[in-house]
Design a protein around this ligand. Structure first.
Ligand SMILES: *Cc1c(COP(=O)(O)O)cnc(C)c1O
Length: 364
């Protein structure tokens, strides 16, 4: 029986993350492979995962928010480079400097903030420039870049250490948008020929060598999410999500379960109440149940905030008891499978897992 007071546990296999990192390095052998650890490393724990990847010689990290970068810097110490994808919040440019964080400059106004700080500090300051090559989300437009090239003072005091862009459709290798974005990226990079370049996320690494450039930026694949669209998943599974059985009851015909009495037993059933609910990221409208030793345990009734009820009738009665844990995500009921069933993506499944869920790390 697992010793924990938590209602649910997310087991994170650090050795599998290392193996996935090394696999990506092999996939892109002439490229530096960075790690994207935004949103608490997709819910798995940014400090633990980044520390592990540091020991695998990863020296470049990306997070989305300044706050995430400040925390990560404290955890990792001075040396690795940490990029902040979402740019510079107004009035907070100096915190980048104080914490040795490198902003990804996404707009002319970001550029202005960084330029002003460079002037004020008397030093030239490093930044990455993101180009919008089609996604229309973040990044300098072709017009912005023309402006910068025409008016070099716009970039005075800024050392552009990296130019980057992000692929919108890399999960679908057959989508012509990938090659269109790559060509747009090449064209924009020509104006800064000496600068390092980065285009590929996890899926981008699997498109072709032409997408790799100097630095790749995988997140999802490190955490076991399939980066290859519809092909079979080459990554090792990293997570197992388990929930505690709070109660087991026999339900006679006619027994009703949960809010709104959504479920009514039409046959005698054995039911188990699990200590996980929508507040923990197992969303209220979801239909995915639990697993126990290869037996699927369907959800009955509505998923509550802190609990959900599953049907354990198919498990021999002596095998399950209170305080045992059953699986919600494992190597059979995979992240990708759940995502498919719930019409979402593994990214959302992972990043939804709530703070009450205990993260446990193994290294086997
Ligand atoms: C999140 C993100 C990544 C990582 O993407 P994955 O698909 O998880 O590999 C890379 N680059 C940018 C700009 C991102 O926002």
């Amino acid at each position: 029986m697992m010793m924990t007071r938590a209602g649910a546990v997310l087991n994170v296999n650090l050795a599998a993350i290392s193996a996935n990192y090394q696999y990506l390095c092999k996939q892109a052998p002439t490229t530096k492979v960075a790690a994207v650890v935004k949103s608490n490393a997709y819910g798995l724990g940014a400090e633990e995962i980044a520390t592990q990847l540091r020991s695998d010689k990863c020296d470049t990290f990306f997070v989305a928010h300044l706050e995430e970068g400040i925390k990560l810097r404290k955890a990792l110490g001075r040396s690795p480079e940490i990029f902040i994808l979402n740019g510079i919040p107004n009035n907070y440019a100096d915190e980048f400097l104080a914490n040795h964080l490198t902003p990804v400059i996404n707009s002319l106004s970001d550029l202005e903030l960084w330029r002003a700080l460079a002037k004020q500090s008397g030093n030239s300051l490093t930044a990455a420039l993101q180009f919008d090559t089609g996604m229309s989300r973040l990044g300098l437009s072709a017009k912005d870049i023309q402006k910068i090239n025409a008016v070099p003072s716009l970039i005075a005091g800024i050392n552009v250490g990296l130019t980057m862009s992000h692929l919108a459709c890399a999960g679908d290798p057959s989508n012509p948008a990938n090659e269109q974005q790559r060509q747009a990226f090449d064209a924009l990079c020509k104006t800064m020929p000496k600068t390092k370049r980065s285009l590929a996320n996890s899926s981008g690494i699997f498109l072709s060598g032409e997408f790799h450039y100097d630095i790749a930026r995988p997140g999802a694949a490190l955490y076991g999410i399939n980066p290859t669209g519809d092909s079979s998943n080459p990554m090792k599974p990293v997570v197992q999500l388990q929930a505690r059985i709070l109660e087991i009851r026999d339900a006679a015909v006619g027994t009703q379960v949960g809010y709104d009495y959504l479920y009514k037993a039409s046959k005698p059933r054995r039911l188990a109440t699990l200590s996980i609910g929508y507040a923990d990221g197992w969303h209220r409208q979801w239909t995915s149940g639990a697993m126990y030793q290869g037996i699927y345990l369907p959800v009955v009734g509505r998923i509550s905030m802190d609990s959900m009820v599953v049907d354990i009738t198919d498990v021999p009665e002596a095998q399950l008891s209170r305080n045992m844990f059953v699986d919600l995500i494992n190597t059979e009921q995979t992240l990708d499978k759940i995502a498919d069933t719930q019409h979402t993506i593994g990214y959302e499944v992972l990043t939804s897992i709530g703070e009450r869920v205990e993260r446990r790390y193994s290294n086997k």
